[in-house]
Design a protein around this ligand. Structure first.
Ligand code: AMP
Length: 521
C-alpha cells in the first residue's frame, strides 16, 4: 500500500496506473479519517468493484464552521493506515491543508456552491457553508484522482444527494456509489463522533434510531402524512430529555425538497445534541412494491427463471434485453450506423423507454414502447438481432438504460436478471438471488439445447471449457462485471428443475416479506 502525502506523489501514482498494460478501474473513498466500520464498508465495496482502491484521509477545514469541532476532530492516521492495509487498499492520499489548498485558504479559494434549495434544509440550516466546503473538497478530490467510482455513505444523506447533483451539474465522469448506513448492534449509526460520547450518552444516543424506527413502523402501517411521522420521532426523542433535537425533517431523498406526505419515497432525517456531541441519522421510507434481483453466471437459467417468477408473483419482468433492442431499433430507424458510437450517443438523450407485462398467449415476455411508439414486435426483427450486441456494448447506452431501469425501481414490483443487478442496478432490492450451477451441469444443459436445435454434436469437455472461459471473462470484464452482492442468497440449480427453482425463489420472496414485516412490528 502506498502512502501519498503530496499532489505530486498522487499524480505519479496515477500516471503509473494509467500506463499499465491493462486498463485499471479506480475507486475512491473520501474520508476524514478516524476510520470505523462505516468507512470499512465503503472500502470493501470499492474493493469489490474496482482494480485499484484509493482512500483519502483529510479533515477539511472548509467544511467546519466557527465554534465547530475542527481542532478536536479525532486524528488517528497510523491506526487508519493499518486498517486500510488490512482492507486491501492500494493507496492512501493523506495531504495536509497546506498541500491541498496551498496558501489560498487564508486568502480565499474558489469554491463550489451547491444549489441553495439543497442546503436550505436539514444540516444546511444549522451549518452555513458546510456543504460548500464539502462540495469544494470533493470536486478537488474527484479532479485529482479521476476515479471511475466514488463511494459515500447514506448516513450523510444530504451530502450524498448534493454530491450526486454536483457530478450531474458539473459533468464529472465519476459515478457516485451510495452505500448503506452501518449501525451498532443497538441501532446507533456508527460515526467518528461517537467516540466523544460518555458511556451514559452513548446509551442515550440510541434514541435517535428508536425514533426513526417508530416512524418507520407507523409508515409500514399506512401512515404517509409527513407531520405525523415527524411528530412520532419527536415523541420518542422527548423520552430522553438529555437528547436535544436540532431538527426532524421529511424530504425527498434526491431533491431534498420538503415533503408533506410520502407518495413513493421519503427521507426522514434527524440531528440532535447528546451532551456536546452533535449526531445525525436518517431512514428511507419507501412505499413501493418489492424488487427481486437475480444475478449469476451465463447458463444458470436466469432469464427463464426470472420470467416465471415474475409471472407467478404478478411482478413486472424488467426485460433489459428488450430495452437494448429498443435502442437498437431507434438507431436503425434513424439511419445511423450502429458502430458509430458518437452518432448513437447523440440519439440517447431523447429515448424514453416504457415496459409493461407481456400479453398472455403472445411469445413476448414484455410489451415495450420507445418514445410512446410500441415496438414489441419490431424489436424482434433480424436487423435488430444482428446489431443489438454492438449497440449494447457502448458505455453511453448502458448508462442511459441504467437510469431508465432505476426509474422503474422507484415504484418497484419488478424482477430483473443480469450480472450486477443486486450490486449496481438495484442494491436496494428486497430479495437478491445469485443463481448458479456447476460448470458440468451447465455444459450438460447446453449440450441438450444444441441437440434440440439439431446442432452438430459438441463434446461435454469442450462445452465445459467454453463455459469456464466465459465465466472468467464475465467476472473480470470492465463494464458490468458479474458480482455477487454480500446479501445475495446463492442458489445452486444442479439437479433442480425450473419449477423447483421458481418455487424456491417464490418461497424466499414470501419469507423476506414476512421478515420485513416482523422487523417493522
Ligand atoms: P467522514 O469520515 O465522516 O467524512 O465519512 C466518510 C464517508 O464515510 C462518508 O461518505 C460517510 O457518509 C461515510 N460513513 C460515515 N459513517 C458511516 C456509516 N455508519 N455507515 C456508512 N457510511 C458511513
Amino acid at each position: 500500500m502506498q502512502l501519498l502525502k503530496t499532489v505530486e506523489g498522487l499524480h505519479c501514482y496515477l500516471v503509473r496506473l494509467r500506463a499499465a498494460p491493462a486498463a485499471q478501474t479506480v475507486g475512491l473513498v473520501p474520508t476524514m479519517g478516524a476510520l470505523h466500520q462505516g468507512h470499512a464498508s465503503l472500502i470493501q465495496r470499492a474493493r469489490q468493484d474496482n482494480d485499484q482502491v484509493v482512500v483519502s484521509i483529510f479533515v477539511n477545514p472548509l467544511q467546519f464552521g466557527p465554534g465547530e469541532d475542527l481542532d478536536q476532530y479525532p486524528r488517528t492516521l497510523s491506526e487508519d493506515l493499518r486498517q486500510c492495509h488490512d482492507l486491501g487498499v492500494d493507496a492512501v492520499f493523506a495531504p495536509t491543508a497546506a498541500v491541498l489548498y496551498g496558501d489560498s485558504l487564508e486568502a480565499g479559494v474558489t469554491q463550489v456552491v451547491p444549489p441553495p434549495a439543497m442546503t436550505a434544509c436539514l444540516c444546511g440550516r444549522f451549518r452555513p457553508g458546510h456543504f460548500t466546503g464539502v462540495a469544494t473538497v470533493v470536486t478537488k478530490l474527484l479532479n485529482l484522482v479521476q476515479p471511475d467510482r466514488a463511494y459515500f455513505g447514506q448516513k450523510d444523506a444530504q451530502q450524498l444527494a448534493i454530491l450526486q447533483q454536483l457530478v450531474r451539474d458539473l459533468n464529472i465522469a465519476s459515478q457516485i456509489v451510495p452505500c448503506p448506513t452501518v449501525r451498532e448492534a443497538d441501532g446507533l449509526a456508527v460515526s467518528s463522533r461517537n467516540r466523544y460520547l460518555s458511556p451514559q450518552e452513548r446509551q442515550q444516543a440510541t434514541v435517535l434510531y428508536q425514533g426513526l424506527q417508530a416512524a418507520a413502523q407507523r409508515f409500514q402501517q399506512g401512515e404517509c402524512q409527513g407531520q405525523v411521522l415527524i411528530d412520532t420521532v419527536q415523541a420518542v426523542l422527548a423520552t430522553v430529555p438529555a437528547v436535544r433535537p436540532q431538527y426532524v425533517e421529511l424530504v425527498h431523498p434526491q431533491t431534498l425538497t420538503p415533503l408533506w406526505q410520502i407518495d413513493t419515497v421519503g427521507l426522514l432525517a434527524v440531528a440532535a445534541h447528546v451532551g456536546q456531541t452533535r449526531l445525525i441519522d436518517n431512514w428511507w421510507l419507501r412505499s413501493r412494491r418489492p424488487i427481486i434481483a437475480i444475478d449469476g453466471p451465463a447458463g444458470a437459467g436466469k432469464s427463464t427463471v426470472a420470467r416465471r417468477v415474475a409471472q407467478t408473483l404478478d411482478l413486472l419482468y424488467l426485460d433489459s434485453g428488450a430495452m437494448y433492442r429498443a435502442i437498437t431499433w431507434l438507431v436503425l430507424q434513424r439511419g445511423i450506423d450502429p458502430q458509430d458510437e458518437v452518432a448513437v450517443a447523440e440519439v440517447i438523450p431523447d429515448c424514453e423507454i416504457r415496459l409493461a407485462a407481456g400479453e398472455p398467449g403472445t411469445p413476448f415476455p414484455s410489451r415495450i414502447w420507445i418514445n410512446d411508439q410500441e415496438v414489441t414486435r419490431a424489436i424482434r426483427s433480424p436487423a435488430v438481432t444482428q446489431h443489438v450486441s454492438t449497440v449494447a456494448a457502448q458505455p453511453m447506452v448502458r448508462q442511459r438504460l441504467l437510469q431508465q431501469q432505476q426509474v422503474h425501481g422507484v415504484h418497484g414490483g419488478i424482477v430483473m436478471e443480469g450480472r450486477d443487478i443486486g450490486t449496481q442496478v438495484f442494491p436496494q432490492a428486497e430479495l437478491k438471488i445469485f443463481l448458479t450451477a456447476s460448470v458440468q451441469e451447465r455444459a450438460r444443459r447446453r449440450q441438450r439445447d444444441l441437440a434440440a436445435q439439431q446442432h452438430p454434436p459438441v463434446s461435454l469437455e469442450d462445452l465445459a471449457q467454453a463455459i469456464d472461459e466465459r465465466d472468467r471473462k464475465d467476472s473480470t470484464r470492465r463494464v458490468a462485471p458479474l458480482q455477487q452482492a454480500d446479501d445475495a442468497i446463492e442458489l445452486c440449480t444442479d439437479g433442480l428443475t425450473i419449477d423447483d427453482v421458481v418455487a424456491k425463489i417464490v418461497h424466499l420472496y414470501h419469507q423476506s416479506l414476512n421478515a420485513a414485516a416482523t422487523t417493522a412490528d
